[in-house]
Write a protein that binds this ligand. Sequence first.
Ligand SMILES: Cc1cc2nc3c(=O)[nH]c(=O)nc-3n(C[C@H](O)[C@H](O)[C@H](O)COP(=O)(O)OP(=O)(O)OC[C@H]3O[C@@H](n4cnc5c(N)ncnc54)[C@H](O)[C@@H]3O)c2cc1C
Ligand code: FES
Length: 265
Amino acid sequence: MVIENKPVGGNNFVLILKPVEKLPLMLPGQFCEVKVNKVPEVYLRRPFSIHNVDYDANTLSLLIKAVGKGTTTLSGLSEGEIVNIVYPLGNGFSLTKEPNVLLVGGGCGVAPLLFLAHTFKKMGIKPVVLVGGKTAEDVPQLEAYKAVAETHVATEDGSLGEKGLVTQHQIFKTRLSEFKRIYTCGPEGMMKAVAKAAEAIEIPCEVSLENTMACGIGACLCCVTETTEGHKCVCTDGPVFDSRDLNGWNIDKASECSQPYLKSE
Ligand SMILES: Cc1cc2nc3c(=O)[nH]c(=O)nc-3n(C[C@H](O)[C@H](O)[C@H](O)COP(=O)(O)OP(=O)(O)OC[C@H]3O[C@@H](n4cnc5c(N)ncnc54)[C@H](O)[C@@H]3O)c2cc1C
Ligand code: FES
């Protein structure tokens, strides 16, 4: 049932849902598939990351950007409406006990990183979060991140935080080597650039892919991605992968993602 549907800037909104049953244990990085009611042409469920979980209140939240018919319909849900969701799906991020972790999100791709940041906080680790967007409107839920993490922002037009891409932020220029692990979710070009920078100094980097999905349970094969071990389903083998396991993502091949900080002097 919808407990709250809250606009959070741009075309983004946060849906807080309360299931009838007790929430299952979920891992940050896992996702759910939501049925869009009332719009027959949107017959496939839509996948969304688990944005946050409150086991005490028995609620989970989704951060969604309205981009098409399905998400725009969901943006109109009212309190008390029933939503049919399948969850939790896929594999989450691997958690490390090492204290220095960097979480890099782009736009709405930041969604799973709040649950991840909360999980690290519970483990006694204060993560560093870096969020990027084209403009300030593309950086939703900033206060929620600030509550649990050292949070930084980069926007391409400079309307919030440092001007430029996340990979041009001071964190990448001066502090990258202090991190033991990097987690990223957002546009593929951004994730490739983050992974390339991480691999250049041998920091493990986990990326959460958002391939188009239909079934979400490994049956239709429409979400496959190429890995060093052959084709894998993003829905069941991912959506989180080690960047080094993805073909075309490793440092020798990701040439289209060249970033100023990596150019030879
Ligand atoms: C594992 C996973 C987790 C996701 N988590 C989130 C999340 O937390 N929040 C969120 O807002 N979105 C998330 N997405 C993307 C979301 O599923 C799509 O935006 C949504 O399915 C679009 O549905 P629609 O009917 O509104 O748009 P459609 O009418 O189907 O498409 C409208 C536009 O959106 C584009 N689009 C469709 N699917 C995707 C996609 N998977 N990724 C990027 N662009 C897409 C289409 O190319 C088209 O341009 C996730 C996707 C995956 C696979
Ligand atoms: S979405 Fe059907 S196999 Fe992954």
